[in-house]
Ligand binder design. Sequence first.
Ligand code: NAD
Length: 447
Amino acid sequence: MNITIFGTGYVGLVTGACLADVGHHVLCMDVDQAKIEKLKNGQIPIFEPGLESIVRSTVEAGRLSFTTDTKEAVKHGVLQFIAVGTPPDEDGSADMQYVTAVAKSIGQYMDEYKVIVDKSTVPVGTGDRVKAAIRAQLDSRGLDLEFDVVSNPEFLKEGAAIDDFMKPDRIIIGTDSDKASELLREVYYPFNRSHDRMIFMDIRSAELTKYAANSMLATKISFMNEIANLSERLGADIEAVRRGMGSDPRIGYHFIYPGCGYGGSCFPKDVQALARTARDHDYDARLLNAVEAVNYAQKHVLFDKISHHFGGNLNGKVIALWGLAFKPNTDDMREASSRTLMEDLWKAGAVVQAFDPEAMNEAQRIYSERKELTLCGTKEQALKGADALAICTEWKEFRSPDFELIASALKEPVIFDGRNLYEPDMLKRYGLAYYAIGRGKNQFNVA
Ligand SMILES: NC(=O)c1ccc[n+]([C@@H]2O[C@H](COP(=O)([O-])OP(=O)(O)OC[C@H]3O[C@@H](n4cnc5c(N)ncnc54)[C@H](O)[C@@H]3O)[C@@H](O)[C@H]2O)c1
């Protein structure tokens, strides 16, 4: 099938590559000329495991191509996927300007039946607004063409995006059209072979499903962080509490890890946007507001621990930082906890020596030549001459480091662990002071 994808970010590029991999003919369109140039030259603008080889093979096979030409893009696909960004506006609502721009372009250039499939995370009611924007363009051209709008929210996780797309837990399709349903069944048929993963519903329910799922996951994290903060004050160990809780099948072990807050391009903005939607409909979403407030505070917890350890004076201190990405296996630093920590440290007069296995270019892009930040080539280099080590991302390569080297390289042997990576007793043996999240008596200062 001929498919067009608008937006070649994390969602658009993965969607395009995976659909091309199973045999569809995909044209990816983006307004970012530099991005499209890179893709045309065989470079992948983001880090996502497994993506590069699929893009390469599907391009070579002639099933995946890239363009900045809107007219060509609209002409290509009977299915027009929208996968552009929906960043937060100043008031927390989703900024819909990119989605609206795509809808207008489709209305401007379409000359036959199209199915517009919205993959971006969009507020409930967007399907109707996309329909209206396309209809207005068609009216201005004096055309009465048939088209359908479908909501098909994306649930992939950065870092495991290819696997998630190829073996989805579910494929949500919100539509009121049988014709569109049939076309989408055909598109997704290769991903449904072991069992049918497609769940059909109305458009508004599909749009809300995405926000509800992300908000639920964010709620689990904020809940655990609240209990972790309580554990610290009560002398309990959150890691023991977590295992005890997770063993209840009604709770489960997934997504109950305490830490220095959630980040990324989805949870923060989606929780805020849903709370905003609620307010717009005269409903005060108290739980969502609390989830957001707990997370905001949690992102400052590591800084508070560091500041407290050094007696409130961080002026001139050098902090080694392991982990800049908002989570492992991605280079994405949007809303990352590392950014809050670095910015808190800089305000307090400290400087940062940071290392991340994948997000160094992204950090360079965001902070450019900031003199309070040194980007180091290895995690060991980041330790050199540092007063302490802080950890913000649970990359695999941070899990079993050389503790002797850490203890000898740091001016003061102390680790502030925002992801609870280590066994406190083990660190004691290396003479390392250890502060983690919610570890009660297992959090200690050996100095
Ligand atoms: N990143 C994730 O893990 C994830 C997961 C599920 C859903 N989502 C949702 O998917 C959407 C896209 O997210 P993302 O992370 O891929 O965003 P992104 O910022 O990585 O990519 C968006 C792309 O859209 C392009 N764009 C903007 N306007 C355009 C236009 N008019 N025509 C064509 N391209 C245009 C931008 O240049 C950019 O390359 C968002 O709504 C997001 O909430 C993201």
